[in-house]
Design a protein. Sequence first.
Length: 439
Amino acid sequence: MILKVKNISEIGGEVKAPPSKSYSHRAVILASLAKGTSKLYDMLYSEDTLASIRVCQELGAQISRADDYLEVVGTGGKLHNSCEGQIDLANSGTTLRLMTSVSALSDNEVILTGDESLQTRPMGLLMDALKPLGVEAESLNNNEKAPILIKPGYFGGETNIYGNVSSQFISSIILSSPLSEQGVTLYVLPEFKSKPYVNMTLDIMRKFGVKVLKGYYLKHETCNQEHQSCRIDEFKVKKQDYVACEYTVEGDYSSASYLLALIAINGGKAIIKNLFRNSKQGDKFILDILQQMGATIVRGEDYVEIASDGNLKAIDVDLSNAPDLLITVAVLAAMAEGTTNITGVAHARVKETDRIDTTCRELEKLGCKLIEREDGMSITGGVTSGIVDSHGDHRLAMAFSLIGLKHDIQITNGEVFDVSFPDFIEAMAELGFELELVE
């Protein structure tokens, strides 16, 4: 289907940010591993999070949806796979990565798979890191990608993993570690990208009663005749149990970036509710970015107020700890005056798409002048009307729709926002930006 602008009225007002996708995934997984019954309030029910709910049900959790919460009767860490074949995770890379480690806690084999796109996501780094912990995980196609067979057994011990590919690999090991036979010590080797996502994992683990000891040390070595110090991050997780609780999912800064960018590009004022000042989310960085580009930001305890005159200026920005903001920032750059330099996002090449490549190619269709780099891009403001393709990437569909504020644009395969923000069209309409899907 094609996503395009239906109408633009007075831009501004108040809207509630959707629940965090990252926290929703983690909440249902930890509740499923816990002893007792949890109630999860303000859950996000998107295509991705529904995949996590389904796989947790297949592994033994009893999950039911009430009017205002999700009730999860946990397994106490005693998982059993009731699916006779492969468990289909659709397009949810988060579910695949987090549940690969968790599935080793089952008393029988688990096979995780997904759609064509999900089966292109590299998993070898995680599977290799799990081997020293006694976890047998193998790619059925021998290409280090899904479908992945995980055999029962999670002894624990020590292992290491590089931190520059996916923070979800690190979160996967950490959140499954307490239920291993002897606990886990994980060393994250340089360079550690997207740390805030791991901090989110530690944050919600505490809510479910599990403590993780975090530290680091410096490893000295000689590289190219120069003496260097490399930081090794260490996570120690003792054997312990998750405990059921009542948990409320906070608003999602990633999804809210489109609401905020709407005001920044067009001009106007808005209040985005359910965004917490003390959030651990790395994508909270969008507030600093918009401020640097010329918007006025007021941070409340549980809301953000934004005002803009619509005149944005170019900036230099390192998105190494907030890669999911890449496409939003690229669109902001394309609508700003001057040349914006985006760096630090080489790991964005292994998301739903190669987000650096697809973003550059689609911006070029709109006449945007840019230079693609291995870890980012330089974008000179200025676009025209045109037709672009989402490549099945929810973030590209949502971010590129904002160009419709000032130019005619159509986005093919535009319906994919359901992956993370099912109410995207409704939320944007509350701020005066009406979008529609047409055949």
